[in-house]
Design a protein around this ligand. Structure first.
Ligand SMILES: O=C(O)CCC(=O)C(=O)O
Ligand SMILES: [Fe+2]
Length: 316
């Protein structure tokens, strides 16, 4: 969906806030909200609507406390922690994600690089992967350390018809060990295996709120396509997971300290660019629980984009 002209400044319904689109495909900066305060029900609806429409939202200059961060997340659902990533002391709901331990991203370290530094949707190894991530920049390098987001509905939309037909009813397996398995002890790996057996999800995922269809496989967690011979599964999976690399589906966000980024984890993939080694970077994430992915048959698909009811027509 293309919705933006340069300089568009879109009022959000019922609140004194605006969305400034960050690119033609996805992303918008939201201005006019102070996240140190609880949001009114109208503001929560407006932000949710903007999230559905733009898929990733940027809020600059939000010098909020840990409590504010948690409260903002809870406006949109229950929160969850993470089985591997460390959290902020005293706040199990806030993940603490540090620069890559002095790691320079070269071909040889690629397999053990943090999942954040590859294209992924968060925690798709879960039965119900998170609905959203809310990331706050704490400490950043002077240059670099951008995060790139991609629109997985746009990726699905552009697939050739014969590929769409092929994947329509297929499921793929997602496994925590494919990425996090490299970074933990044998004991922890065995524990993760017990607690997080591989999960099958539809390759075509219907968004539960917008009805849009998304390509729902990623490099980090998806291991194989079920029901296909190994070589065919590997070839198709590589083709599908590589689509996210096309810049046409992306928006690249340049951070500033105390910026909050809120993404719809059902509708996007992201990639934290590791170009600032040996400098330091620290982000903190609050994660909103999601629901089990499903694919609605095409005939029953709602084409209504509910987000539109929250966002007034572009000014001018
Ligand atoms: O550090 C970033 O910009 C993104 C990290 C990440 O992948 C996440 O928080 O889910
Ligand atoms: Fe992530």
């Amino acid at each position: 969906m293309s919705f933006a002209a340069p300089g568009d400044f879109i009022p959000l319904a019922d609140v004194a806030a605006r969305a400034i689109p960050a690119g033609p495909v996805l992303g918008a900066e939201i201005v006019g909200l102070d996240l140190r305060e609880p949001l009114s029900p109208d503001a929560v609806s407006a932000v949710r609507g903007a999230l559905l429409r733009f898929k990733v939202l940027f809020f600059r200059d939000q010098d909020i406390s840990h409590r504010d961060h948690i409260r903002f997340g809870r406006h949109f659902g229950d929160l969850e922690g993470h089985p591997v990533t460390t959290h902020v002391e005293g706040h199990p709901e806030i993940l603490s994600i540090e620069a890559a331990d002095g790691l320079k991203l070269t071909e040889s370290v690629l397999p053990i690089a943090r999942p954040a530094n590859k294209w992924h949707t968060d925690v798709t190894f879960r039965e119900a992967p998170s609905m959203a991530g809310i990331l706050r920049m704490r400490r950043m390098p002077e240059l670099g350390g951008d995060t790139i987001f991609a629109d997985t509905a746009a990726i699905y939309e552009d697939l050739p018809p014969q590929i769409k037909d092929k994947i329509e009813t297929l499921e793929a397996e997602h496994d925590i060990l494919q990425s996090f398995g490299y970074r933990v002890s044998d004991e922890k790996r065995a524990e993760l295996r017990r607690n997080y057996p591989p999960k099958a999800h539809p390759i075509v995922r219907t968004h539960p709120e917008t009805g849009e269809r998304h390509l729902f496989v990623n490099h980090v967690f998806t291991t194989r396509i079920l029901g296909l011979p190994d070589n065919e599964s590997a070839e198709l999976l590589k083709y599908l997971t590589d689509r996210v690399k096309a810049p046409e589906y992306q928006v690249r966000f340049r951070w500033s300290e105390n910026t909050i980024v809120f993404w719809d984890n059902r509708a996007t993939q992201h990639y934290a660019v590791l170009d600032y080694w040996p400098h330091d970077r620290l982000v903190e994430r609050v994660t909103v629980k999601g629901d089990k992915p499903y694919r609605a048959p095409l005939a029953k698909r709602s084409t209504a984009i509910v987000a539109d009811q929250f966002v007034e027509a572009a000014a001018g």
